[in-house]
Design a protein around this ligand. Structure first.
Ligand code: G3P
Length: 216
């Protein structure tokens, strides 16, 4: 399973990239705005820290504008995935970009229908937003299960990138289902690595070692 970091905060990206388990980074206009950053400058900074795919989202809502932005974004670094919203204009742009071998991340996906169309258009990855579905009393993880099954049925090359992750459970259930990628906010990574019994066990080991270290 690939783990991407879902943030535009450079310090967080450096911190978690040092763990050696980050395979990519996803940003979006809200995450860039949260940092008060310039999209191009921040995307280039991130691409210097993490070798894997770095997702940067287009701002245009029309296909022609999306194409213009996408062709500019991929000049910034060699590991750019262009984030395209799941709209009819976005679909047109993904089809063209796929033919130009430009990697795309189709975002704001909330249904199997949207995921199927994105795969048919040649999306590199699709981003179903599980947390936002849960927020409106729908089952985000059930959608992931449906998409993974449907993609397997037709050998689609498009990968499922589970997004809008709000808890470690979203990551763990994604792994059980077999989703290829989860993009995880920094605080969820902290929750994934931490367990009280690990902390207690290590503390006990160190205390016990103190009683015998002089005999080594
Ligand atoms: O990658 C998409 C993610 O950043 C959206 O998360 O919590 O705003 O739904 P959230």
């Amino acid at each position: 399973m690939k783990i991407f970091l879902d943030t535009a905060n450079v310090e967080d990206i450096k911190k978690y990239a040092s763990w050696g388990i980050i395979d990519g980074v996803t940003t979006n206009p809200s995450l860039i705005a949260k940092e008060g950053a310039n999209l191009e400058k921040r995307t280039k900074e991130i691409s210097e820290i993490v070798d894997g795919p770095i997702s940067a989202e287009v701002i245009s809502t029309e296909a022609e504008g999306m194409l213009k932005e996408a062709r500019e974004y991929v000049k910034w670094a060699s590991n750019i995935y262009v984030k395209i919203p799941m709209t009819s204009e976005g679909l047109k742009a993904v089809k063209v970009l796929s033919a130009e071998k430009i990697d795309t991340n189709v975002t704001l996906v909330f249904s199997l229908g949207q995921a199927l169309l994105a795969a048919k258009a040649g999306a590199t990855v699709v981003s179903p937003f599980v947390g936002r579905l849960d927020d409106v009393s729908q089952d985000g993880m059930a959608l992931i299960e449906e998409i993974v099954q449907a993609y397997d049925n037709y050998d689609f090359e498009t990968e499922v990138l589970v997004a809008s992750v709000r808890s470690p459970r979203h990551v763990l259930e994604s792994a059980i289902i077999g989703a290829g990628i989860a993009t995880v906010p920094p605080k969820i990574l902290d929750e994934l690595i931490t367990h009280d019994l690990t902390d207690k066990g290590l503390k006990k080991f160190m205390e016990d070692w103190e009683t015998v270290k002089d005999k080594q």
